[in-house]
Design a protein around this ligand. Structure first.
Ligand code: AMP
Ligand code: FE
Ligand code: FE
Ligand code: ZN
Length: 285
């Protein structure tokens, strides 16, 4: 069984439509794939319609959150959410807020770059994001098209990372509220790439314990941005806190070098995740 529980389509910041993504999954021999676009469920309907026979699709999302440490600026936290009710009013309202936050913040990043002479057109970038989920990868692709950088990776390494003078943070959901919202909508919250240090500061074990106390169900232990020690630590922490563990590729099409199913989830962990989700059902034969 090949199980990949974290992928992005062009509905957020991947490069393949949901239909193309599911075809890629099937061609790679994947049995179970979750569609987890950032802050939107817009791709779910297409995924359900275009699912290739034999492939199980788990409807999901990656919610943009923050943790507030004592006496320090907030830390970005990505919360995977599976099998929730997309019509839950409080969750839907928070997703609307997050997407409008993305639009305002994307425009500010582009304005910062344009003020220094980088040839970017905000209207064009925003028009390329049909579901309104603008992210730095869209700005990165525009920089590639303009010939400023040779690749999306180079754009992040030079101009778009969180240390860049052009960077603007988003006012993402407080993660304990995010966990409670996902649970209220019948969903299964899983902490994504918790020790991916090159993205910025990471949470300590105490913060993860607080998340478990708020209703967190799992930790993404295996991820392309984790070192072997990180994965091992997250497995120990999950055992201590009574959480399940997943492994996933965080596939973004050609926006990242990682192939689909680069990391995978064990079948017994998938079974536990499926048993915990009550807000929506997998798409399967
Ligand atoms: P944002 O949601 O706008 O803050 O952008 C974060 C997104 O950028 C992540 O979800 C990744 O898809 C992408 N990303 C972050 N770092 C890199 C990188 N070095 N190369 C390519 N994509 C990246
Ligand atoms: Fe992304
Ligand atoms: Fe993420
Ligand atoms: Zn992701």
């Amino acid at each position: 069984m090949l199980i990949d529980l974290h992928t992005h389509s062009s509905v957020s910041d991947g490069t393949e439509t949901p239909t193309e993504l599911l075809t890629s999954a099937r061609d790679a021999g994947v049995d179970v794939v979750a569609l987890t676009d950032h802050d939107t469920t817009e791709g779910w309907a297409e995924a359900e319609r275009s699912r290739p026979p034999g492939l199980t699709v788990i409807p999901g999302m990656e919610l943009s959150c923050r943790w507030f440490p004592d006496d320090q600026p907030p830390i970005s936290v990505h919360l995977l959410a599976y099998l929730f009710d997309p019509g839950h009013p409080d969750l839907a309202a928070e997703l609307d807020r997050l997407r409008s936050e993305r639009l305002g913040r994307g425009e500010r990043i582009v304005a910062n770059l344009a003020a220094d002479g980088y040839p970017l057109d905000w209207e064009e970038i925003a028009a390329g994001c049909a579901a309104g989920v603008v992210g730095r990868p869209h700005v990165a692709r525009a920089l590639v098209r303009a010939g400023v950088v040779g690749s999306v990776d180079e754009a992040f390494a030079t101009l778009l990372n969180h240390r860049s003078p052009y960077y603007v943070a988003k006012r993402d959901t407080a993660v304990l509220d995010g966990i409670r919202l996902v649970r209220a909508a019948g969903g299964v919250p899983v902490f994504a790439h918790g020790l991916a240090r090159r993205r910025g500061r990471v949470l300590d074990d105490g913060a993860v314990a607080a998340m478990a106390g708020a209703g967190l169900v799992g930790l993404e232990a295996d991820h392309p941005d984790h070192e072997p020690d990180d994965s091992a630590h997250l497995r120990c922490l999950a055992a201590d806190l009574g959480l399940l563990t997943t492994g996933s590729s965080d596939y973004h099409g050609t926006n990242k070098a990682t192939p689909i199913a680069a990391c995978t989830t064990e079948p017994d962990q998938l079974d536990a995740l499926l048993a915990a989700g009550t807000g929506s059902a997998p798409y399967r034969d």
